[in-house]
Write a protein that binds this ligand. Structure first.
Ligand SMILES: [Zn+2]
Ligand SMILES: [Zn+2]
Length: 262
């Protein structure tokens, strides 16, 4: 299986995943036009996309869902509460395109197994996904205030992680956000900081080649270099040296990553 993070950050998120039998998006959090443009940059198009898996109803994850579904007739999967919450945000989607993906279940799409799991975030019923094909595993986890043991159990030993590294706590605390917004981000239903993400990573990484894509960086409260340095240092204190078998990668709010083989 292969994937590309089409864009990631507080301004919009979408991840493209493909294997030899199909192609999928996790979230479509910017305009349909831009998603099509990002796909073109990696030599792909919406024509081949078989389904969109939605994580939660925040606009940075669903902005393009309605238009893409209508324009390309693509099935959309979300859990029932998320459907209720996003129904009027995405506009009319034909009934036969609306599919339920229940929390903590596994669905098969050809040779790909997709597993949903709960995260802790201030949406109605937020969940993320792990993709399995043969013995390869891709885990996607952003938009969570903390990483519980249960979440760790589900994402453990992935070959590739798309892992939230949202903010630097110092930048957030010193920054211009109002106090209630700061409190929300730092809470158990907000987003994980660089350090907290790294501590969680140290618990779920196995002794094998592992690629980690630092994702959902805050535009105002983080920087790529700072995120990478903080995660690297924290991993080091947890006994993991980046560059040995663990590799850290940036993601971008504007440009897609290349197609990455898991
Ligand atoms: Zn988000
Ligand atoms: Zn969110």
């Amino acid at each position: 299986m292969r994937f590309s993070i089409l864009a990631s950050g507080s301004t919009g998120n979408s991840i493209y995943i493909e294997n030899d039998t199909g192609a999928y998006l996790v979230d479509a959090g910017f305009t349909a036009k831009r998603i099509e443009a990002q796909l073109a940059k990696i030599g792909r198009s919406m024509k081949n996309v078989n389904a969109i898996f939605v994580t939660h109803e925040h606009s940075d994850h669903i902005k393009g869902v309605g238009v893409l579904a209508r324009k390309h007739g693509i099935p959309v999967y979300a859990n029932e509460k998320t459907w209720q919450a996003m129904d009027n945000l995405v506009g009319d989607v034909a009934l036969d395109q609306k599919h339920h993906f229940d929390m903590e279940t596994v669905k098969s799409f050809g040779s790909l197994s997709v597993e949903s799991f709960a995260v802790s975030h201030d949406a109605v019923d937020p969940m993320f996904y792990v993709f399995h094909e043969a013995d390869r595993k891709l885990a996607i986890i952003t938009d969570t205030g903390y990483v519980s043991d249960r979440m760790k159990g589900i994402i453990r030993s992935a070959d590739s992680f798309v892992f939230e590294s949202n903010h630097d706590v110092g930048m957030l605390q010193m920054g211009r956000y109002p106090w209630n917004v700061k409190r929300r981000i730092l809470s158990d239903v907000g987003h994980v900081s660089n350090e907290d993400a790294a501590v969680a990573m140290s618990d779920v990484i196995s002794q094998k080649e592992t690629q980690i894509y630092l994702s959902h960086l805050s535009r105002d409260n983080n920087m790529k270099d700072l995120a990478r340095m903080s995660v690297e240092q924290t991993l080091q204190t947890c006994g993991i040296t980046v560059g040995e078998f663990v590799h850290l990668h940036d993601t971008d709010a504007e440009n897609p990553t290349g197609l990455i083989t898991v």
